[in-house]
Write a protein that binds this ligand. Structure first.
Ligand code: ZN
Length: 270
């Protein structure tokens, strides 16, 4: 049996994740088309991010705040990210306007353990491309087609409470090939009225962080008001919450701190 002393031994104490507290979500929105297009504003008069956060805040175990592109540091300061368990990302026309320094900051937090939900046209965001390392391109068509979201994995926590599939009456079509690395888990596949199919719900692990891509959410349709979509987002937040934190600093372990006594041999450049 391990003694307390042995467990704590010579290692640095690690940041502690409190699993009994509410999950702190930051809903990030590009927040542009809501103000330039009436077709978007009529569904989301306070901005899409406000409704995504409102849907999440229906859950007792989630507290969601918002951040937008237009805020200083895009609303993603060191302090905001340090207090975020799961970040959701919706962007479309202004991916290039996101500061590379902020992308690097978000990426570092994901590698530490922060969850990331990438939504719809966020497939082309700098942060998604940086974490996945591929183009993340796809085929698309705007024709208000029916989308049938098939549950690939009924045992997955993200699909909890769903039937074998659910339908979105009108959506933009996204089709294969989708330029992503092979997902760790395939959670949804979509079929569209026009005949295309798409890997519309998929997960990856990067460092200590969990990533979920969720396809629906084109801005000219009221997708984020649909019950099943709101349920998936709540489930995904719970799934993506940090299970632990790893602050990756690449420390040197001097000879005298080695767990076993050793005598240094050979040359060193350090
Ligand atoms: Zn779209």
């Amino acid at each position: 049996m391990l003694s307390e002393e042995l467990i704590h031994s010579h290692h640095q104490p690690r940041p502690f994740v409190k699993m009994n507290q509410k999950i702190r979500v930051t809903v990030w929105g590009e927040n542009i088309h809501e103000w330039s297009h009436e077709a978007v504003r009529k569904h989301y008069p306070q901005g899409m991010h406000a409704y995504i956060a409102q849907g999440l805040n229906e859950a007792d175990d989630i507290v969601a705040n918002t951040a937008t592109l237009q805020e200083p540091e895009h609303g993603l300061t060191e302090e905001v990210l340090a207090n975020t368990d799961v970040l959701t990302w919706w962007g479309h026309c202004a991916h290039a306007q996101v500061d590379d320094a902020i992308v690097a900051r978000v990426k570092a937090r994901v590698l530490q353990g922060m969850g990331l939900l990438v939504l719809h046209s966020g497939h082309y965001s700098k942060i998604f491309q940086a974490l996945l390392g591929t183009s993340c391109s796809l085929t698309w068509r705007e024709a208000g087609e029916l989308e049938r979201m098939w549950v690939c994995n009924p045992g997955h926590p993200i699909t909890r409470g769903l039937d074998t599939y659910f339908e979105i009456p009108e959506e933009e079509m996204y089709g294969e090939p989708f330029g992503i690395p092979t997902p760790d888990e395939q959670v949804f596949i979509s079929w569209f009225q026009g005949g295309e199919v798409f890997r519309s719900g998929a997960t990856w692990k990067r460092g200590n962080g969990k990533i979920f891509y969720f396809r629906p959410g084109h801005e000219t349709y009221p997708t984020y008001h649909i019950d099943e979509v709101k349920l998936v987002l709540k489930n995904a937040v719970r799934w993506a919450r940090p299970e632990g934190l790893w602050v990756d600093t690449c420390p040197n372990v001097p000879v005298e701190k080695a767990p076993e006594k050793i005598v240094p041999r050979g040359e060193s450049v350090h």
